[in-house]
Design a protein around this ligand. Structure first.
Ligand code: 4AD
Ligand code: MG
Length: 439
């Protein structure tokens, strides 16, 4: 019986010959599935190597094998680009560790595992945009080049034109400018007009770190909401963003998620289900420190009130909470940036901050209510010597100020958390970190 005339293009993912027949698996990257091509031995198999690109024409027929529904009986095979299998860094049938693949950022996307991770990344991006659109948020393009250091941590990359550019003035922008560390302050401007806004773009931090959860360039999802009265309302949006996105990804690309879970993180399927079906927990910073103090023998850094939580502390807290994501709220004012809302709670003096800690990663979200009261913000800025630079920010509190708040979620850390991937460098197409900017 004649099949359906069909043409396919892609890269050979596997090749094997059996008696008079050649079996090829051709993959075009649109999904994990490869199309099985069956060719008779009259085809010159010398050029049909693992890794080469091909165009195949033939009849799409029902496959006798249970592994696939259909296969392509080749009538014409054209090798578009041959591949020297000996020199190609990936070998047929070998499972290469992620550290090995990392050496080939220009080729690793052709492997099954990176293909799946990057398709999940694409699906999650679309799901996040849908989540905000469906919840009535307006998408804002916040600038990449900025003159502010939103977080005040000084982890800035300064931007200057190349020395070949002749600028009449001393400096291109007349003032020092940087790659953005957060779009928050620009989002606050926009939430003063559109009520609910979000941005999702590249973010840059000169963190001198080779850690498994820090990059110099990462993507951040940030939201800002006006007329927001409490941290509870903010945490609801955070939890809902986490869960809705994961569920959309699970239903849109189950095979890619399954491959990551199976080969990279056995048991992750159940861990993710556990996170999705339970309500996230809430504890205060003060309670967190009490819990940590009870277990201080486990840590390199001694936990104490007024000090930052270290990764080891965050991971312990998540374990202590039964591997369910946990919101830690109300941090000491001294630990947090100038914009967070003062809780005015006496000697301890905390701000309405919230971090979400998740299994395997630690801090995934950072957020807060913002100080919307003019006089309190003015005092904070004055103490830091920032009044002049932030006149425009004070203006937002002079002209129709509203209670508001927002958060930022590290997108790569989110992917690590749902896929169970240990190293952040494996969930971004081209990782940038200290001493490394390949390509
Ligand atoms: O906690 P952060 O610093 O919060 C802010 O920047 C706020 N202005 C966001 C806001 O409220 N609009 O960063 C937010 C998240 C962190 O929780 C973490 O997941 C991620 O961004 N992140 C990084 N991810 C990868 N590499 C780095 N170097 C990161 N630094 C922060
Ligand atoms: Mg933070």
């Amino acid at each position: 019986m004649k099949g359906l005339v069909h043409e396919t293009e892609g890269w050979i993912r596997s090749i094997r010959s059996q008696k008079e027949v050649l079996f090829l698996h051709v993959n075009d990257g649109s999904s994990l599935e490869s199309l099985q091509v069956v060719a008779d031995s009259s085809f010159d198999s010398r050029e049909l190597a693992f890794g080469s690109s091909v165009e195949v024409q033939g009849q799409l027929v029902k496959s006798p094998s249970k592994k696939q529904n259909v296969e392509l009986k080749a009538e014409k095979i054209e090798v578009v680009g041959s591949c020297d299998a000996k020199a190609f860094p990936f070998k047929y049938k070998e499972r290469h560790p992620l550290e090995y693949l990392r050496q080939y950022p220009h080729l690793r996307c052709r492997t099954n595992v990176l293909g799946s991770v990057l398709r999940v990344r694409s699906e999650a991006t679309a799901a996040i945009h849908s989540f905000f659109k469906d919840s009535g948020f307006v998408h804002i393009h916040t600038p990449v080049i900025t003159s502010n250091d939103c977080e005040g941590a000084g982890e800035l990359f300064q931007v200057e034109p190349s020395s070949k550019i002749k600028v009449p003035e001393e400096n291109f922008f007349n003032i020092p400018v940087f790659l953005t560390v957060s779009g928050q302050l620009h989002l606050e401007v926009m939430s003063g007009a559109f009520t609910q806004v979000f941005t999702f773009g590249p973010t840059f931090r000169a963190e001198n770190s080779q850690s498994r959860r820090h990059l110099a360039e990462f993507y951040m999802v940030e939201a800002e909401i006006s007329f927001l009265e409490s941290l509870q309302d903010l945490m609801q949006v955070m939890e809902s963003l986490f869960k809705t996105t994961a569920m959309t990804v699970l239903s849109n690309c189950p095979k890619d998620v399954e491959l990551c879970h199976k080969f990279l993180a056995p048991g992750q399927k159940d861990r993710l289900e556990h996170m999705l079906k339970n309500n996230f927990l809430i504890i205060s910073y003060t309670e967190a420190v009490e819990i940590l103090k009870q277990a201080s023998q486990n840590f390199t850094f001694t936990p104490e009130w007024g000090a930052d939580l270290h990764t080891e502390h965050e991971k312990y807290l998540v374990k202590h909470c039964g591997d369910i994501p946990v919101f830690v709220i109300n941090y000491p004012l001294v630990l947090k940036p100038f914009y967070m809302r003062d809780n005015e709670d006496g000697p301890q003096h905390t701000v309405a901050a919230v971090d979400l800690l998740v299994p395997g990663v630690g801090e995934l979200f950072g957020g807060s209510l913002r100080e919307e009261r003019y006089h309190l913000l003015e005092q904070r800025l004055a103490r830091l010597g920032l009044t002049e630079a932030y006149q425009w920010y004070l203006d937002l509190r002079r002209f129709g100020s509203v209670p508001h708040g927002g958060f930022g979620m590290g997108f790569e850390r989110y992917l690590q958390c749902i896929l169970g991937i240990d190293n952040i460098k494996d969930v971004i197409p081209f990782p940038r970190f200290t001493h490394s900017c390949l390509l």
